[in-house]
Design a protein around this ligand. Sequence first.
Ligand code: UD1
Length: 419
Amino acid sequence: MDNEYLSINGGNELRGTVEMHGAKNAVLPLLAAAAMTKEESVIEDCPFISDVENMLGLLSALGVSVKRKGRNIELSGGVSGVGDIAGFCKTMRSSMFMLGVLLSETGEAYLPLPGGCDIGARPLDIHIDGLKKMGAEAYIENGAVVCKAKKLRGAEIPLRYPSVGATENLLMCAARADGRTTLLGCAREPEIVSLADGLNKMGANIRGAGSSKIEIEGVKTLKGARLIPGGDRIVAGTVLAATALCGGSVKIDGVNRSELAAVINAFKSEHCKIDGTNTGICVSSDGRISAGSVFTAPYPLFPTDMQAQYLACQCFSDGVGVVRETVFENRFAHAYELQKMGADVIVDKNAAFVRGNPRGMKAAELCAHDLRGGAGLMIAALKVRGESKVFGTRYIDRGYESMETLFRELGADVSRVRV
Ligand code: UD1
């Protein structure tokens, strides 16, 4: 049973400026990459979120020396052994980044199957196929991924789907493998570019990150470096969505407009103006939502990590829309919670059909079932008058650093209540 919730008294417009910090999805693979050298690396501007803290715990258990100095994290010593990591693996899917690292550094990896948010089956076949092509023995046995390789060798690896995690894992393996690896059909998310840039700073030889073909010339060793993750485009997108819905005017610093192009296009309307540069975006809205439809897909199309926030806004629109989820098969838990607020939304397989009901939406007691779903509920609660309670803060805290502070600074009435 939850012992805390976010109490939200909605109805306020949002005004002010917020600064984005390093993206969760960029910081997590960079932390793993830094474990591929004994030399010291520093990862700058890391957010205080539970996924990062769990990853630090996992790295420590594997022998990496980890020091947090404010937002900077120093890592040194590399992975040296296999500690008790089952607990960390269960809470966090990013534990899978250690597959590539452990294989490269120690020749073997044994990782209990990951947890994270329950948004679909999330198989690991693309990771495993790629590792096998590089000469590893890799399989799932008794609820764990087992990999062994005396030596990893470069290979041509076509990915059957542009999986973000598999692209990152294989990138790390290939950085230290013997010879050249070509990854085809890879993910193109900005976080892939951030990881490749980081590995190159560490001495790797990677070209083409950000496109669907990445070429990696393996090197013998990697060295320590200062690694700088990009600002969090999903936290920025969440603030953008909240401002579009609540009305007001917000400047979001530290994020690149081009990384949010699909999100900006989806939210821009006669009621919501959005401008931006490569260092920030400005949103101003009269608080009305135009009906619209989106489908989620790999970058640069509309991100699945913004689907819940978009759907929450559509519940207040002036018409009908459809939100299709093509990336994960089970990512609509928030739709049933939005119904508790009066939302006219029906889920059928991978689509949510929504008829805006701006006057019928009311405060309610809600429960987050996953990270971004929680953000969607939060946004809806910020709009309606009266007190809403959002339980399931442990999901929200995985990826948002003090959600209540973030929105309080913009004028919202939000607090964390312990029960
Ligand atoms: C990453 C992000 C997550 C985001 C997702 C999609 C991180 C830490 N997390 O997750 O926030 O929602 O990308 O943009 O960066 N799949 C397979 N086999 C595999 C691997 C994936 O079938 O071996 C499927 C998954 O089940 C899913 C789809 O591919 O349906 C996309 O998954 P993937 O891109 O791998 O997501 P993650 O890397 O887990």
